[in-house]
Write a protein that binds this ligand. Sequence first.
Ligand code: ZN
Length: 313
Amino acid sequence: MTIIIALDIGGTQIRAAAFRRGSTTPETVQRTPTRGEGTAFERMCALIQSIWPEHGAVEKIVVALPGPLNPETGVIFSAPNIAGWENFPIGPELEKRFGVPARIGNDANLAALGEWRFGVAQGHHHVLYLTISTGIGGGVISDDRLLLGFRGLAGEVGHVTVLPDGPLCGCGQRGHLETLAAGPAIARYVQEQIKGGATSSLQGKKKITAREVSEAASQGDVLAIQALERAGTYIGQALASYLHLFNPSIVIFGGGVSFSGNLLLGPVKAALEKHVMDKSYLKDLVIANAALGDDAGLMGALALGLLPDKPDN
Ligand SMILES: [Zn+2]
């Protein structure tokens, strides 16, 4: 029986799990903080070592990584919050260290793959996945294949321009969806409106989070409701374009902000209706919450590990 080792590298923690081929329940799971003694790569290697099976052969190591990367060469171009991972050949380095094939994927892309293989999108062949938390990421599955693009950089659904010359995005450009509709943008909008004289139950708080905005909105706070409406409208506008490009049969929402439920999804759907070029894009379209939650990265890595090594795309 062979074993696939899956890793999910986050800004705060690294998780590793060993899966027997054919099983979706890990034999072992271990975690370690991303930052601490030694480099992130060394910490990651130590974690792999700690779950390396005594019996059974490791078939491959698969890693879900935060940041743009090339899944073919195994090079990560940059990783926010992880020092030294600029153009870092993480795949080849893992292969050298452990002597087994290593594959890497963008975590949001892999979450899409995980939902398609194990989660809410099982049975769908055309999937659009959006994760909305501190940033907005996603992944597209078209004809049962993860869309990767020329250098593996496709599927950056959070970095489309929805407001030219709008606020600065984490990527350095202006007016991207992420900087108008992710968690920090929702919180920032509320803070700005309060500063400008708007009233809200969140008044007087030094730092407001998107979760607090969501809670206030569910209790009827008008400004909080407005903030979610604004974010949802931007998301819906962008989503209409994604439907035109990819024509999915299911749209999945993941990430913390999606827990706002209909307070966010209502405006998303309204904007979608308004901006979609033909209603047939919406016919039988499933809109669902992600099923894999915190395990999306690990399960996505496992899904990648189960794909043939040289897919014909
Ligand atoms: Zn951006």
